[in-house]
Design a protein around this ligand. Structure first.
Ligand SMILES: *Cc1c(COP(=O)(O)O)cnc(C)c1O
Length: 373
């Protein structure tokens, strides 16, 4: 019966998430999870909901969370849409804005899921290359070129209409690089685009700045956020969108009616209310990130300044194989992410762990470089 599957689904490879080893099998530095335990208030909230019972449907728009988030970011609750993880938010956005054969733009290399979402939708994606310093060319903010081999475009695209661009994704900080564009740079991009710009701020809590002000000032900027990374709740699945009410209203029609469950809504709300926990935890992670960056550079890697909870590590020549180092670390119980981007190159994305985990990983990297292979 697989012949009945839509052609665009049959043709796609599917998004491959990072490995999830069995509990205790490896130290996970591969999917940018938080090494610390979430605020106890989140766990208390889950227990309280469980005690009250789960026989009723949850609030369809996660209103308690919207109210807390609105107060925190200085907007009204109708500026917030909640999702079952921010991946769900991105799915809803893609379905809301990009039709068949229309164009979704994303930078390259960045979060691979955006491209998969376009493929499911039967839409096309235009990947625009970062330069060697992880800056974007002016082309990123312009109408799509109609010639197939436009400069900076990763793959040729046939029959592109100048008005086919419907949505632009920009992760800031970016993954895998951890690098950022400034608010002023992003504002410039928004100003020259004629379609919505979604800034994926999955890692913004580690950056010390964000684009919330832009959402208030510009009609075409939206922000997606997740509780998975900075709030240490990846197992919960909760993310949200901050955007103007007229845009939120449309996305609410597209999302599943009960896309967030009662346990998640309660836990995410409690976690968002504990800003002291967030400040303390991100401070620790940022300090460890800075040590990790410094040490990897001393060992000889090229590491761009990271504003996230991971670093991107590239050996300057072919004398060290990233793949072999990845396998060596894995054999020794440390799982990092080996990334190989066609036409760009490969490298290791290493999440920031506890001080102990990160130090042990760095010591293993050093042993490998000293010939223990
Ligand atoms: C981890 C990540 C997400 C997804 O977060 P979830 O809320 O766990 O779905 C979204 N965007 C980027 C860039 C990420 O790295």
């Amino acid at each position: 019966m697989s012949g009945f599957v839509r052609a665009n689904v049959a043709a796609m490879a599917g998004y491959v998430p990072g490995e999830q080893p069995k509990e205790g099998e490896a130290v996970k530095l591969n999917t940018n999870e938080n090494p610390y335990r979430a605020t106890e208030k989140a766990y208390d909230a889950i227990r309280a909901v469980a005690d009250r019972g789960l026989s009723r449907y949850p609030n369809a728009v996660a209103q308690p969370f919207r109210e807390v988030a609105a107060a925190l970011y200085g907007v009204e609750p109708d500026w917030i849409m909640c999702g079952n993880g921010s991946d769900d938010v991105l799915t809803v956005l893609t379905r809301s804005f990009v039709g068949e054969n229309e164009l979704l733009r994303l930078p390259y290399p960045s979060y691979i899921l955006y491209k998969s979402l376009a493929e499911i939708q039967g839409a096309r994606s235009e990947e625009v290359r970062f330069d060697a310093d992880w800056r974007l060319p002016e082309y990123f903010a312009q109408a799509p070129a109609t010639e197939p081999n436009a400069p900076w475009r990763v793959n040729p695209l046939e029959n592109v209409a100048a008005d086919s661009l419907k949505l632009v994704y920009l992760p800031n900080p970016n993954s895998p690089s951890g690098t950022v564009l400034s608010v002023a740079e992003i504002e410039k991009i928004a100003d020259s685009l004629s379609c919505p710009l979604v800034v994926d701020e999955a890692y913004a809590d580690f950056a010390g700045f964000n684009c919330v002000e832009l959402v208030k000032r510009k009609t075409n900027v939206a922000i997606s956020r997740t509780m998975s990374k900075s709030y240490a709740l990846a197992g919960l699945r909760f993310g949200f969108l901050i955007a103007r009410p007229e845009l939120i209203e449309q996305t609410l029609k597209v999302k599943d009616s009960y896309n967030c469950d009662g346990l998640s809504i309660a836990a995410a709300t409690a976690a968002l209310q504990d800003q002291d926990w967030l400040a303390e935890t991100t401070k620790k992670i940022v300090a460890t990130r800075e040590r990790q960056t410094k040490r990897m550079r001393e060992l000889g890697f090229v590491v761009p300044d990271s504003s996230a909870n991971f670093t991107w590590n590239v050996w300057p020549d072919a004398s060290v194989s990233h793949k072999e180092l990845y396998e060596y670390l894995k054999r020794n119980g440390y799982l990092v992410r080996y990334m190989n981007y066609a036409g760009w190159g490969d490298g290791l994305r290493i999440s920031v762990g506890t001080d102990e985990q990160t130090d042990a990983c760095l010591a293993l990297v050093e042993r490998f470089l000293n010939g223990d292979r």
